[in-house]
Ligand binder design. Structure first.
Ligand code: ADP
Ligand code: MG
Length: 251
């Protein structure tokens, strides 16, 4: 059992990454990474620009082939196509949100359920859920995505990912370019999803302080390697992490 969970009952492992290697030509973007995620975990992965954070999430989402090592989700190897990965229960909220600016909020939300059976019923159930979580999207429902504020677009990106009712959501730098009050609101929603609905969250952030504040376990990534791991509070208190990632000088 991992550190940080001594006081809780044994959890079920949902994602198991072992000795993962992902290359771009000769560059090892992910270099022998092993990360294990239990069901209901809120995992933070922090690291500077170019550390390999987006590559890691893209690979988990089925968008980048594995060079070496393995990724097991729910005990099974990842399917080969993004569509099947989504249907299997993993949703990625990509860096930069990637909503469709010319489509309305409604139209942005609908494609998320394409992977599900009984499309219409599933869509209505999921819509009700996500609009309850993000009421602001209800008021913007017929508005083009591109006319929303940055924070609203990020909420739309999260809502779209939730339409597929994932077991695991992977968020790639959701705080990027947002005002701190909006970030707080956004993170409250993500924490709510994790605590109240038991959704497993894998959050990647350059903003280490934010991620370590909400994550119950964290990994520090640097040039494709895990350099440290520990509970959110352990990492936040680590002088090396403070100096390197939080902009604080160690005592
Ligand atoms: P992060 O998200 O932590 O900023 P990335 O995963 O985007 O890091 O990038 C990790 C490394 O892989 C970087 O050195 C980056 O330049 C390289 N890389 C990422 N995507 C590509 C790509 N499509 N082609 C070539 N190199 C890439
Ligand atoms: Mg990135």
């Amino acid at each position: 059992m991992r550190k940080g969970y001594e006081m809780t009952a044994e959890k079920k492992e949902i994602l198991r990454i072992d000795h993962l290697l992902i290359t771009f030509g000769g560059l090892r973007a992910i270099d022998d990474i092993s990360i294990h995620v239990d069901e209901g975990d809120f995992l933070g992965v922090i690291g500077p620009n170019g550390a390999g954070k987006s590559t890691l999430l893209k690979t988990i989402a089925g968008d980048k082939p594995i060079n070496q090592g393995s990724i097991l989700f729910d005990g099974k190897p990842l399917p080969g196509k993004v569509h099947d990965v989504v249907a299997g229960g993993i949703s990625l909220i990509p860096e930069g949100r990637r909503i469709f600016p010319s489509l309305t909020v409604e139209e942005n939300l609908i494609p998320g359920t394409c992977s599900r059976k009984n499309f219409k019923q599933a869509m209505n159930e999921s819509l009700e859920e996500v609009l309850t979580l993000f009421p602001i999207l209800k008021t913007r429902y017929k508005q083009a995505g591109g006319t929303l504020s940055g924070g609203e677009q990020q909420m739309l990106a999260v809502a779209r990912a939730l339409m597929a009712r994932p077991k695991l959501i992977c968020l790639d730098e959701p705080s990027l370019g947002l005002a701190s009050i909006i970030i707080d609101e956004m993170f409250d929603k993500i924490v709510q999803l994790n605590r109240e609905r038991g959704m497993t969250v894998l959050l990647v952030e350059q903003n280490a302080f934010l991620a370590l504040d909400v994550a119950n376990y964290g990994y520090v990534l640097n040039t494709g390697r895990v350099t440290r791991e520990g509970t959110g509070s352990e990492l936040a208190a680590d002088p090396g992490v403070q100096e390197e990632y939080l902009g604080m000088k160690a005592e």
